[in-house]
Design a protein around this ligand. Structure first.
Ligand SMILES: Cc1cc2nc3c(=O)[nH]c(=O)nc-3n(C[C@H](O)[C@H](O)[C@H](O)COP(=O)(O)O)c2cc1C
Length: 179
């Protein structure tokens, strides 16, 4: 199975990257193929609208599409920025509209019935502080017909960065192995 990792936020080796990486390491242990896309290395444009039609931009999304259409699982990682997923992740999610049945029934069939792992890292210490974002992910994945929406949260990354959280890294790897 192909597991696609997507990393939002701008950091190469930040909390988000480390936690997504741990899930992907688990997936590799289980014998899956892993592909990683760092959104900071891509240009993802914005949807336009003209003559009653939604228009996808000319951008790098096309490069990701073969992987997205063939994935068995999607591991999407984002730091929380001002109460939501970071801007790159938010923009990526909006860009997947080309697979929304309201945009194209034909394209919608190409989005796989994969599992999703939603990785969220943030400064606040409350493990439930951003459950609304996890609910938001689930609503989108349900709409896309995905089979599962698994959550993995690193709260309080200021005092407790992911690299210090052996328990969390272990759980991330277990999630990856169980995909
Ligand atoms: C622009 C910006 C906005 C942020 N907003 C929030 C926030 O609303 N709530 C929160 O708990 N942490 C917030 N943070 C902290 C980050 O979510 C946290 O440091 C995260 O773990 C960073 O992940 P990274 O190491 O992968 O970049 C913010 C950080 C930045 C840079």
């Amino acid at each position: 199975m192909k597991v696609v990792g997507i990393i939002g936020g701008p950091k190469n080796d930040g909390n988000t990257h480390k936690l997504v990486r741990a899930v992907l390491d688990g997936a590799l242990d289980a014998g899956h193929t892993v592909v990683t896309w760092r959104l900071k290395d891509l240009y993802i444009g914005h949807l336009g609208h003209f003559a009653d039609e939604t228009l996808p931009p000319n951008d790098d999304f096309e490069k990701m599409q073969a992987d997205l259409e063939s994935m068995g699982a999607l591991v999407i990682g984002s730091p929380v920025w001002y109460g939501h997923v970071d801007t790159r992740t938010f923009n990526f999610i909006n860009r997947t509209y080309v697979y929304n049945k309201y945009y194209s029934e034909e394209n919608a069939k190409k989005w796989p019935k994969a599992k999703a792992v939603n990785v969220l890292t943030y400064g606040q210490e409350d493990e439930n502080a951003y459950n609304n974002i996890l609910d938001w992910y689930k609503m989108i994945w349900d709409h896309y017909g995905m089979t599962e929406s698994i959550n993995l949260v690193a709260a309080g990354t200021g005092d407790n960065p992911v690299e210090k959280r052996k328990d969390l890294i272990k759980r991330a790897k277990e999630i990856g192995r169980s995909l």
